[in-house]
Unconditional design. Structure first.
Length: 185
């Protein structure tokens, strides 16, 4: 068996591979053909994605979510800082496209998927790891809104080498981010 007789030693690798999987869609934004085709070379899309995630994280409460248009407007403001002098419509187009990628609107179930290996009693197995970054939910008025998933909070807001399925770790990371945000906003 890998790492001696215990599959537990491989759990850290599996956990970190899940964390890297969550980061992958953000890094892919800057290599997207759409970025080149649309003339968006000056935009740092992964950084704009993190700004979107931070904005939703800081604005989402236990019973609230953030309307997608508010996220688009915030990302458009950040895009204007990155590439000044462009039309406001372009900033909103970049922002809308980016937010839709974070929701993963190209897939019916909205999940990103990545194969992750792990060691079990049966040996080495590869399983699909489905995850989301931003998730469509109804807000308190029943309107379409967004929240950040626990996996995204844990990996993209908090840390890399943690169990990203842990709701407690994600909740603690969200609280820490909210507290930091209160000090900087």
């Amino acid at each position: 068996m890998f790492f001696g007789e215990s599959s537990a030693a491989y759990e850290s690798i599996t956990s970190r591979m899940k964390a890297l999987a969550v980061v992958r869609p953000l890094l892919a934004l800057d290599d997207s053909p759409a970025k080149r085709e649309r003339g968006w070379e000056g935009y740092r899309l992964a950084e704009l994605a993190l700004a979107a995630i931070d904005f939703v994280t800081l604005r989402t409460g236990a019973r609230t979510a953030v309307r997608q248009e508010a996220v688009v407007e915030r990302v458009a403001e950040s895009a204007a800082l990155q590439v000044p002098g462009r039309a406001g419509a372009e900033y909103r187009e970049v922002a809308r496209w980016l937010v839709e990628r974070l929701i993963n609107t190209e897939r019916h179930d909205r999940c990103f998927r990545h194969e992750i290996g792990s060691v079990t009693g049966d040996g080495f197995v590869v399983r699909e790891f489905p995850f989301q970054i931003l998730k469509d939910v109804p807000d308190e008025a029943g309107q379409a809104a967004l929240t950040v998933t626990d996996a995204a909070i844990t990996v993209l807001v908090h840390a890399v080498d943690v169990d990203i399925a842990s709701e407690q770790i994600a909740a603690e990371a969200k609280l820490a981010a909210l507290l930091r945000g209160c000090l900087t906003w």
